[in-house]
Design a protein around this ligand. Structure first.
Ligand code: ATP
Length: 206
């Protein structure tokens, strides 16, 4: 099994690349999805969040009110650290559990993690793939996708690691500054390099 970290800035195209790799046969582990699962209704994670932040972070149906929690932690670094200290270990445990169920010894397991570099996990994988996009394109895609104005989009981008921080630790870089077809071709090229890495060959021979 080869363990691959996949990351990139907000709206860089991680999910799009992750899905392309999944279609090529990767086992895709989406840490954003797991982060939602670990605080689902009735979970140990949700109980811990309520204990720390109070019942005000719950909706009427007992599920997590993400907007309420988001506004509590957005401007308060200590609160954000507390939330991360609850959620991150649960997400790691859930990822490890999914990974432990992969029976195929030749599997390429792709861990898609938005804050991989920020959380110091760059060396936790056999290979690190970074989806890279210049800030202007990133800004436009983020504004279009999330309906944000420029100042809001810039604030979200600057709350993350810089492009340079990610590029410095990348083993493979997929540039996403062109269309989806080009992205598919570039993802395909990196996929072949990952297969070669798994097989211990310089080229995949396909
Ligand atoms: P987040 O970190 O916010 O979850 P992400 O890195 O997973 O984002 P995606 O959701 O894959 O990014 O892509 C962001 C947006 O940009 C989406 O609306 C997606 O459809 C679009 N997009 C991604 N790549 C391209 C491309 N090459 N051309 C046009 N649109 C693109």
């Amino acid at each position: 099994m080869i363990r691959i970290g996949l990351t990139g800035g907000i709206a860089s195209g991680k999910s799009t690349v992750g899905e392309m790799m999944r279609r090529r046969g990767a086992v895709l582990i989406d840490s954003d999805q797991l982060a939602r699962d670990v605080v689902s209704v009735g979970s140990e994670g949700l109980a811990a969040v309520v204990e720390r932040f109070g019942k005000g972070v719950l909706q009427a149906d007992g599920s997590l009110d993400r907007a309420a929690l988001g506004s509590l932690v957005f401007a308060d670094e200590a609160a954000r650290a507390d939330l991360n200290a609850i959620v991150h270990p649960l997400v790691r445990a859930a990822s490890a559990q999914v990974e432990a169920q992969v029976a195929d010894p030749y599997a390429l397991v792709v861990h898609m993690i938005p804050l991989l570099v920020e959380t110091g996990r760059a060396r936790d994988f056999d290979a690190l793939v970074v989806v890279d996009v210049d800030e202007q394109v990133q800004l436009e895609r983020l504004m279009a996708r999330n309906g944000l104005d420029e100042a809001q989009a810039r604030a979200r981008i600057s709350a993350q690691a810089s492009r340079l921080d990610r590029l410095r630790v990348a083993d493979y870089v997929i540039r996403n500054d062109a269309g989806l077809e080009e992205l598919a071709e570039r993802t395909h090229a990196v996929w072949h390099q990952l297969l070669a890495l798994r097989d211990g060959t310089d080229s995949c021979g396909c």
